[in-house]
Design a binder for this molecule. Structure first.
Ligand code: ARG
Length: 228
């Protein structure tokens, strides 16, 4: 999907997975909103086209991009070597680490990943949290497509912890006071916007727009809007 094709079509099609507040989530009005969605809106606005958001399971986003069903992935997606083999990433636009979330009953407050051995830990399928946990032998990993379901399991006591990116972890803990973050694991991740491999034109446009958003203060305004 070249820029010309996107303009001719009159809409930019962005894939995301909306159980990841404050980057993308469904609000009270049943709308998908968040930091990433505002960035997607800026991209569409600057192209002079409409924005269409396509909600998919996180592990279906890259396949959908490869099949040309979406133009971009904006989903708090960590730039990893493996992913960069199949898609092209924009410049990093956010820094992240993983967090361990548990119930606030004081019975289990792991400070390190190793303390999760022998426990049931929920993650979102195909995320970096999934990868980090799956590398450690002896953790019973329970994989969900939606973080909302992972947190339901934590609430019901069917898992002992959820591992996910720190900012969404904070958002969930804020929403459900029964949970707390027992540890933050320094994974040094950065998020990027993904385009189909070789789509230089679109990638350059995304990178230029990120620069403009940062330079003009719009980026900082969005940070304030979604993270304070
Ligand atoms: N940053 C993590 C990753 O890339 C998790 C992203 C999950 N994003 C989402 N919209 N559900 O694997």
């Amino acid at each position: 999907q070249s820029l010309t094709e996107i303009k001719k079509r009159g809409k930019l099609i962005v894939g995301t997975e909306p159980t990841f507040p404050p980057f993308e989530f469904v609000d009270e009005k049943n709308q998908v909103v968040g930091f990433d969605i505002d960035i997607a809106n800026e991209l569409a606005k600057r192209l002079g086209v409409k924005l269409e958001i396509v909600n998919l399971p996180f592990d279906s986003l890259i396949p959908a991009l490869l099949q040309g069903k979406i133009d971009l992935i904006i989903a708090g997606m960590t730039i990893t070597e493996e992913r960069a083999k199949v898609v092209d990433f924009s410049k990093p636009y956010f820094e992240a680490n993983q967090a361990i979330v548990v119930r606030k009953d004081g019975r289990f407050e792991p400070k390190k990943l190793e303390e999760l051995v022998g426990k049931k830990v929920a993650v979102q399928l195909g995320t970096t949290g999934d990868l980090v946990i799956s590398e450690i032998n002896g953790i019973q990993v329970v994989r969900f497509q939606k973080f909302t379901d992972a947190f339901l399991e934590l609430q019901n006591g069917r898992v002992d912890a959820v591992v996910l990116d720190e900012a969404p972890a904070k958002a969930y803990v804020k929403k459900f006071p029964k949970f707390l973050i027992s540890a933050v694991i320094d994974t040094g991740e950065t998020y990027g916007i993904a385009v189909k491999k070789g789509n230089k034109e679109l990638l350059n446009f995304v990178n230029q727009t990120l620069d403009i958003l940062k330079g003009s203060g719009v980026y900082n305004k969005l940070i304030q809007k979604w993270f304070e």
